[in-house]
Design a protein around this ligand. Structure first.
Ligand SMILES: Cc1ncc(COP(=O)(O)O)c(C=O)c1O
Length: 410
């Protein structure tokens, strides 16, 4: 084992600056801590940065996805296509409506595979059994591609397929703030979250920017935006800021049974300053990814994440290293244990959703339905990648991955 066991690199460490701290203090001193002027400002600056007409600040990306499905009118029994290689939230929001998540396998880039997406929609349209589900089917209404780790899906194909099958696209852009995509080297870059009807971002602690917990829904569709705003706050036709200030009146009406998903001004205070630094934060992650790529490219036991720089600008929210298990004498879990023993914190994104007990029990999913996700997840390790990671910490991760690879080489 390396001599350098004193260094401990956590999977993630949040570092907020004086700007965030001062703004939170100012919010606390202002006498207004719930949704108010700072949240309005955060929304306005977010919308401007992404070039969209509406940004709705919420307390999570899960809330944004839920409200997005509500706004497009998802009904009980509707089918919603989701990747199996994603976080719980992408599919659970479908279940909130008693609608049915139809899983699709990922491709080599870990994003939803457009060919399999197309085949799934064709089969559903023809009322054939698909993805573990059996006809009769109700309406196929939406799909939620998710940009894995901040690496954009093949959105051109996805949009074309969605149009052909008349399905509404909502992007789970939880990982992908300022990730960009273009179908080829000559096209204009497009921002993740802006390539569909509604985009959802997360500001959870380790995301591209954080507000502690938080999220944002964005859309250029005014009807969807109005509905999301309404449902984010109990279905009341006026929010608290408007009711309790000089601008407003005490009177409101409840026009729908909404939810309680608003973001506080305390959280937005953090978000305003995080957003102003988002490019700087991304550049730091990019530099770490470059260091990792250079180092791990030399090791036969591991595979670096795909990154086609002619068509993608990566947020590097995650650095998913893949183990070449045939070249190692240990499995992924033991590899993680070995790294932990050497002071490197790791995570795994994710066990595919269809393998989780809830989905197995509810839909009877069995093994081999989604072979790529099932194979890839067994060799995935998310390494530490965060803006405040020091050069020494990056070097330690490189050295320890190399050491474990060498020690357990077949
Ligand atoms: C892909 C994906 N979608 C949605 C979410 C939900 O985000 P939040 O925790 O802000 O609700 C996450 C959270 O990690 C995620 O990874």
């Amino acid at each position: 084992m390396s001599n350098n066991t004193s260094i401990k690199v956590p999977f993630f460490r949040v570092e907020l600056g004086e700007d965030e701290i001062n703004e939170v203090t100012a919010a606390l001193r202002s006498g207004w801590v719930t949704t108010g002027p700072r949240t309005k400002q955060f929304e306005a600056e977010f919308a401007e940065k992404l070039g969209v007409s509406n940004a709705i600040a919420l307390n999570s990306a899960t809330a944004a996805l839920h409200l997005a499905l509500e706004a497009i009118g998802i009904q009980r029994g509707d089918l919603v296509i989701v990747p199996t290689m994603t976080f719980a939230a992408t599919a659970e929001v479908v279940r909130y409506f008693d609608a049915i998540p139809v899983f699709v396998d990922c491709g080599a880039d870990l994003n939803i595979d457009p060919d399999k997406l197309e085949a799934t929609l064709s089969a559903l349209e023809k009322n054939k059994p698909v993805a573990g589900l059996k006809p009769p089917y109700e309406r196929i209404h939406a799909m939620i591609p998710m940009h894995y780790g901040g690496y954009c899906c093949e959105m051109n194909r996805i949009r074309e397929i969605a149009k052909r099958f008349d399905v509404i696209v909502i992007e789970d852009a939880a990982h992908a703030l300022l990730s960009k995509y273009r179908p080829d080297g000559n096209s204009e870059w497009e921002n993740a979250g802006c390539m569909s009807e509604i985009g959802a971002f997360s500001f959870y602690a380790n995301k591209c920017i954080t507000t502690g917990e938080g999220g944002m829904g964005i859309t250029n569709n005014q009807k969807y935006a109005d509905r999301m705003r309404l449902m984010a706050l109990h279905g009341m036709d006026r929010d608290a800021w408007k009711r309790f200030t000089d601008e407003g009146s005490w009177y409101y009406e409840i026009v729908a049974p909404g939810y309680k998903y608003n973001l506080t001004d305390i959280a937005s205070s953090i978000g305003i300053h995080q957003l102003r630094k988002v490019e700087e934060l991304r550049n730091k992650r990019y530099e770490i990814a470059q260091r990792y790529n250079e180092h791990f490219n030399k090791l036969n036991e591991v595979e670096i994440p795909p990154n086609d720089e002619s068509t993608r600008i990566h947020s590097w929210h995650l650095y998913p290293l893949r183990l070449n298990l045939d070249k190692l004498s240990i499995d992924r879990a033991s590899f993680i244990d070995e790294l932990r023993d050497r002071g490197v914190g790791c995570s795994v994104h994710w066990m595919p959703l269809h393998m989780n007990p809830y989905y197995v029990k509810t839909y009877g999913y069995t093994a081999d339905l989604f072979p790529v996700a099932e194979k890839e997840w067994q060799r995935l390790i998310s390494l530490p990648i965060f803006p405040g990671q020091t050069a020494e910490e990056v070097a330690h991760v490189c050295a320890m991955v190399e050491e474990v690879s060498n020690t357990f080489r077949k």
